[in-house]
Design a protein around this ligand. Structure first.
Ligand code: AQP
Length: 322
């Protein structure tokens, strides 16, 4: 049975990009393999420096993922920091990681260009991510396209390690990228991101969500004129949450003219609100039972640690550590 693994950072409220890029494919894959999903709290330390905020984000991320269909009876769900073996593997892997490759990684360059401190943690993020994946002998990793390069680095690191010690110690994983939802655009047309202020959150309050949708910047085409469909953020987001018929209708109405952007935005809001209604209800059920959520994460960590200690023992043996 294939091992499927993916993680999500508790670095802010989860959004449509996280859902369509990673959570929805991850939930669907639960039926097809042995799924391990984790909350990447060690990674979040690169950007979240308030302990109360981090604890809150971890709790919210757990609730959001459970609400979106993560089934603890089928998947192992855990907090990254509950499996400390991952930091030891990250150190060992870092001895095989060329510095130049880290300095050129897109995510490091993007984040520092946006003013994030260029800490060693941010630079070595792909090494910890490689450890996250390799520690569980993962076969498949469902991710958005922004993580493609990190998966390539992971495979490369595993191969370097295996070559260095002359044995197939680490399993090489495959990225699984759902092409139609690989990059969900944010309200400004850039990749939707927790930290870019351009996200539609999955579980925002109704009023706040409506305000965000109504605030999407559009061009000044008059109501009666045809409107551009190419590169339209409204259409791209609506396609994700509307039925195929409603999505096609909105696209036709863009081409024909006669409907204003305000009307399209109202429909985008309504479709988004409706799409996530069952998940809001499920989230409220989990939120009412914090002990059950704690138990899911505790049991998940115990199972994950069982696998992690075996793989780490193999790695230690290969490189000559006791
Ligand atoms: N806009 C997106 N489109 C498709 N997939 C996306 N993902 C994130 N944004 C999009 C996917 O969601 C998973 C979890 O992401 P993450 O939280 O680990 O980190 P990230 O990719 O850096 O997400 P953010 O929202 O942009 O977080 P910040 O702003 O904190 O860095 C990943 O599989 C990712 O591909």
């Amino acid at each position: 049975m294939k091992r499927i693994l993916s993680g999500i950072q508790p670095s802010g409220a989860l959004h449509l990009g996280n859902y369509f890029g990673m959570m929805r494919p991850a939930v669907a894959l639960q039926a097809e393999g042995d799924a391990f999903y984790f909350i990447a709290d060690l990674h979040a330390l690169t950007t979240v420096h308030d302990p109360a905020a981090l604890r809150g984000h971890v709790r919210d991320t757990a609730l959001d993922f459970l609400a979106c269909g993560l089934d603890p009876a089928r998947s192992c769900f855990f907090r990254q920091s509950d499996v400390p073996e991952v930091t030891e593997l990250a150190w060992i892997l870092s001895t095989a990681m060329p510095m130049s490759r880290l300095e050129l990684a897109h995510s490091f360059k993007d984040k520092t260009a946006r003013g994030l401190e260029a800490s060693h943690g941010l630079l070595s993020y792909p090494v910890l991510m490689a450890a996250d994946i390799l520690l569980y002998d993962s076969d498949l990793v469902p991710v958005g396209r922004d993580q493609k390069q990190h998966l390539e680095i992971t495979r490369d690191l595993a191969q370097r390690f295996n070559d260095r010690y002359g044995a197939p110690v680490l399993r090489l994983p495959e990225a699984l990228i759902a092409e139609s939802t690989a990059v969900v655009p944010g309200l400004d047309g850039q990749k939707m991101s927790k930290s870019y202020g351009n996200a539609l959150e999955l579980f925002a309050e109704e009023k706040a969500l409506r305000k965000k949708v109504m605030g999407i910047v559009t061009d000044s085409t008059p109501v009666e004129s045809p409107k551009p469909t190419e590169g339209s953020i409204l259409l791209a987001l609506h396609r994700l949450v509307a039925s195929p018929e409603d999505a096609a209708r909105m696209e036709d109405e863009h081409r024909a003219g006669g409907v204003g952007y305000g009307d399209f935005k109202k429909r985008l809001f309504a479709a988004t609100w409706e799409y996530f209604a069952p998940m809001r209800a499920k989230r409220a059920e989990w939120a009412a039972d914090p002990a059950a959520v704690d138990e899911v994460l505790r049991a998940g960590a115990a199972k994950a640690r069982g696998v992690a200690t075996e793989v780490l023992a193999r790695v230690r043996q290969a490189c000559g550590l006791r």
